[in-house]
Structure formats: structure tokens, C-alpha cells
Design a protein. Structure first.
Length: 186
């Protein structure tokens, strides 16, 4: 009987043997200085024992560490952590969008400039002053010769009420157009 040749089984990939090395060998394997290795050891760089490092495990850990640092720079924490280029770009785009929204709202008339409000307010104050100051000269002619105080008070009250009524009808469209003396409607 002939013996059958069996197919060779594929071998399971063996874990690379851990290669313990000194601080100098770890420095050479990671291309870092001794102080950087010691600082990274405080941050979690795997150590086999005092002064001995598993160089392959350290290399894997260091790659993950660098990836984490890059991710933190690209995507900062919500509480303001590191700001990377991508996050800065997002902030600039958001500010630009806000600015465009404000410009559009201003064009639609939702917002009014401070200068326009100031001009309108000063025109309104001027109109009130003009209307109120026009009452005494008009009223003086009507009040001369009146002996009863009740009649004088009534005429003054009617004149002021008329001036206030005209001011209540005053709108923003009238600003700058209606600034003449008030005439009585009796």
C-alpha cells in the first residue's frame, strides 16, 4: 500500500516573539530620545519591567498614540480642546453663514440699522417739539379776554389734545415731510 501524501496544513500565524530591549533599543526602534520615551512611559507606553521595554508593543502603542493625537487636533473637544485645521474651517464657515443670514435679514427689512433708528428718533423728537411749541402762540389769541379760568383751561386742554392726536397719527413715512406749524380744526 502506498502511503498518501497529505497536503501541508497552513500554519496559523504566530505572534511575533516579544523582543525585550533596553531604553536605548526602544529609542532606536521608535526614533525618539530617552526623555521622550520616559514621558511616553508616564502616558502609558508599555514597559516590561524597570529599564526593559517590549519594542514591538511599544511601536504599536506609539502608532496608536500618534493616531489619537492627530484625531484630537482634527476634531477638538466640544469644551474647546485643541483646534485643528478642520475645526477652524468649520468655525469660519459657520461665521460666514451667520454673516450672510444677517445681510439677508437686513435686506428683507427685518433688521434696521442703528443710524436709521437714530435719524428717525431725532426727526420724531423734532416733530413733537414743533407741534407742542406751536400750541402757545395759537392759544394766546383765543385766551385773551377770557375771564373764567374754566374756559381758559378747556381751551388749553382742547389745543393740547389736538396736538397729541396729530402726533399719534404721525408715522415713519411722515418723517421729514410734515414739519410745519399745526393748524387748529375748530
Amino acid at each position: 500500500m502506498a502511503k498518501k501524501k497529505s497536503k501541508p496544513r497552513p500554519r496559523a500565524k504566530a505572534k511575533p516573539k516579544s523582543k525585550l530591549g533596553t531604553l536605548k533599543q526602544c529609542e532606536a526602534g521608535l526614533h525618539l530620545g530617552d526623555r521622550q520615551i520616559q514621558r511616553l512611559a508616564k502616558e502609558g507606553l508599555p514597559k516590561a519591567s524597570r529599564g526593559l521595554y517590549d519594542v514591538e508593543a511599544c511601536r504599536t502603542w506609539y502608532i496608536r498614540y500618534l493616531q489619537r493625537k492627530l484625531h484630537e487636533k482634527a476634531f477638538p473637544d466640544p469644551d474647546g480642546g485643541n483646534t485643528g485645521n478642520i475645526a477652524l474651517r468649520h468655525r469660519l464657515l459657520a461665521m460666514e453663514a451667520d454673516l450672510r443670514e444677517l445681510e439677508l435679514a437686513e435686506k428683507r427689512g427685518v433688521f434696521v440699522s442703528i443710524e436709521k433708528v437714530g435719524k428717525d428718533l431725532s426727526s420724531l423728537v423734532l416733530e413733537v417739539k414743533t407741534r407742542l411749541l406751536s400750541v402757545p402762540p395759537r392759544l394766546a389769541a383765543e385766551v385773551i379776554g377770557e375771564k373764567e379760568i374754566v374756559v381758559v383751561q378747556d381751551k388749553i386742554e382742547r389745543a393740547l389734545n389736538e396736538a397729541l392726536l396729530q402726533l399719534s397719527k404721525f408715522t415713519a413715512e411722515h418723517i421729514g415731510t410734515e414739519t410745519g406749524p399745526v393748524t387748529s380744526r375748530r
